[in-house]
Ligand binder design. Structure first.
Ligand code: ATP
Ligand code: MG
Length: 265
């Protein structure tokens, strides 16, 4: 496993890749296709759904029984109600996170979910941040499908990420979101090794115009993913996107991007 692990990244640290961007741009689609490619390698993958809407597990063809939202409920009930009341809190948390991981071959899936009732999200986000930091070192590669927007930065849930991929459409609002993510990360001193954009559902012509604008803000374009009819058909019929054909245009495009980023060599 070591050799394939080394080929995943030039960095010494294990790849922790977050996929962010504005709402509905294709973060979950791109996260799933990245995982589909990584699954072909001899690596252990941690897939984290950091969006309370919990869209990544069905895209991976997985049913999630429990989420970090459920772990929070147990914690707020107090130590007397937890399964191992004598354990220190970080060990108890680790135990409970392991308990909610959904497992399929090569992939462990962790979903943030949402707290039941009117609970605050702070504790859920603290547990998520702790889980990313603790568990990513146990896997060869971690993929995080972020909630839309910028809050994962201000909550610092993505502070241990080394590659930030921003998915955008070819609109000025998409460029603005990418610019804001980059600037906010800098102002919060979150130092990603790499931050880049995937332009989704775009043509080469649109990419040219987009790139002229984006380069003004120092945003790197990792690549373009075209409109893919198979994605439309799979989503329409509720089929897991991880089962998309290998020769589907979006799958090929994401494979090329991973090669360019040297995430899959
Ligand atoms: N390359 C593509 N070709 C065709 N359809 C696509 C493509 N990318 C995304 N879609 C469609 O766009 C919609 C949004 O995609 P997705 O759910 O991945 O976005 P998201 O950024 O994760 O959204 P959210 O912000 O709600 O989490 C889905 O219906 C998906 O089928
Ligand atoms: Mg999503």
């Amino acid at each position: 496993m070591t050799s394939s692990k080394e080929s995943l990244s030039k960095s010494d640290s294990r790849p922790v890749i977050a996929i962010s961007g504005k709402g509905g741009t294709g973060k979950t689609v791109i996260s799933t296709i990245i995982i589909k490619h990584l699954k072909k390698k001899d690596v252990k993958i941690l897939a984290i759904d950091a969006d309370p809407a919990t869209s990544l597990p069905p895209a991976l063809g997985v049913n999630i029984r429990k989420t970090i939202g459920d772990v929070r409920e147990k914690l707020v009930l107090g130590p007397g109600r937890t399964p191992a009341p004598d354990l220190p809190v970080d060990l108890m948390l680790e135990y409970q996170i392991r308990d909610i991981l959904a497992e399929i071959p090569k992939i462990s899936i962790l979903a943030i979910g949402r707290p039941e009732g009117p609970g605050c999200y702070c504790l859920v986000n603290d547990i998520l941040r702790h889980s990313i930091e603790k568990f990513s070192s146990l896997y060869d590669v971690t993929i995080i499908d972020c909630e839309a927007g910028l809050e994962h930065l201000s909550r610092r849930t993505t502070r241990s990420v080394n590659t930030m991929i921003i998915v955008t459409d070819a609109t000025q609002r998409g460029i603005n979101t990418a610019r804001l993510i980059k600037e906010l990360a800098e102002s919060l001193e979150i130092n990603f090794d790499r931050i880049c954009v995937i332009l989704n559902r775009a043509t080469q012509e649109q990419a040219k115009t987009f790139f002229e604008s984006a380069s003004k803000y120092g945003i790197d374009l990792a690549g373009i993913v075209p409109e893919d009819e198979n994605i439309t058909e799979y989503d329409l019929n509720g089929k897991p996107l991880i089962d998309l054909p290998d020769d589907s245009p979006a799958v090929i495009a994401v494979g090329e991007i991973l090669g360019k980023l040297e995430i899959l060599v």
